[in-house]
Design a protein around this ligand. Structure first.
Ligand SMILES: Nc1ncnc2c1ncn2[C@@H]1O[C@H](COP(=O)(O)OP(=O)(O)OP(=O)(O)O)[C@@H](O)[C@H]1O
Ligand SMILES: [Mg+2]
Length: 264
């Protein structure tokens, strides 16, 4: 763990969260936090409750019990777009890009959502809007360059190779100017070189000061990149520690062996 992360206060705290779906307990008494600048991975077998946890944190799902705080403020009752505007932004387990418009326009729309710059003013080409639009366009290029898909700016979102669509999903998340990013299985379905590019991107985002909470089944990646790992099994946290602590934790080994080696 970097010394900056040790010193920093929690930016995100999950406190006594439970989620029940009828009789199914998807999460029970979940407690963990993420400090500013830290990269924390949330791992666990299929159905352990990882995406459910993301849904609670980002306002897509109301917890049955407990609360989530971001920078000390409760997120309870906030809608997803309100959570986003506080700087806590997620990507989805499945890609969610606009397929029929260009990569550039995908990110531009994301920026318009954030800045509320008037699309009508842009269409009418008002001088003030033209200046604002030029600044937004420059910002689109910055995001595309950071993510490494600037050379595909004119291609349709839906025509990109799979790995690049996932990168575009991250670009859309970055358009909301997050301080903390929640990534749900970002490299699933990627080949080795796409995964390598994605790890490079994560390192760049960290160098830019982003806090990251990652859900991922790719264990070499998780072990290599995480400051800390939280392990979920059947909706309960069974371990929370550094990669080496987690790799040697008997409960964790048992949870994964019980599932077979597919996702271990
Ligand atoms: N909306 C819902 N209604 C009912 N049950 C749900 C709902 N969403 C999730 N579940 C159940 O809650 C449990 C946790 O699911 P969740 O999607 O959070 O798992 P996960 O850890 O993200 O798994 P995976 O690694 O496969 O993505 C599962 O048993 C799932 O079937
Ligand atoms: Mg999931």
């Amino acid at each position: 763990m970097s010394s900056a992360a040790v010193a920093a206060k929690p930016i995100l705290a999950v406190e006594h969260v439970a989620v029940h779906f009828g009789g199914l307990i998807a999460i029970s008494d979940m407690n963990f936090d993420v400090r500013e600048g830290e990269l924390v991975s949330l791992i666990g077998p299929n159905g352990a409750g990882k995406t459910t946890a993301f849904n609670v944190i980002t306002g897509f799902l109301k917890p049955t019990k407990g609360r989530v705080t971001f920078r000390g403020e409760s997120l309870n009752g906030l809608k997803p777009h309100e959570v986003t505007s506080l700087g806590l932004v997620r990507t989805f387990q499945r890609t969610s890009v606009f397929e029929k418009i260009s990569v550039f326009e995908n990110v531009l729309i994301g920026l318009h959502r954030r800045t509320k710059a008037s699309l009508l003013g842009t269409i009418l080409a008002l001088p003030s809007e033209r200046r604002a639009e030029a600044a937004l366009r420059e910002e689109v290029w910055e995001i595309l360059r950071l993510v490494g898909i600037d050379h595909q700016a004119d291609e349709m979102g839906g025509s990109l190779p799979y790995g690049d669509q996932r990168l575009l999903g991250v670009a859309l998340a970055l358009a909301a100017n997050p301080s903390a990013l929640l990534l749900d299985e970002p490299v699933s379905g990627m080949n080795a070189s796409e995964t390598g590019r994605f790890i490079d991107l994560l390192n760049k985002l960290r160098a830019n000061g982003k806090t990251i909470l990652l859900v991922e089944h790719d264990m070499p990646m998780v072990m290599g990149i995480s400051d800390r790992i939280v392990v979920l099994n059947y909706g309960r946290i069974i371990a929370n520690g550094t990669p080496s602590q987690i790799q040697n934790d008997p409960d964790v080994i048992q949870a994964y062996l019980g599932q077979g080696v597919k996702h271990a």
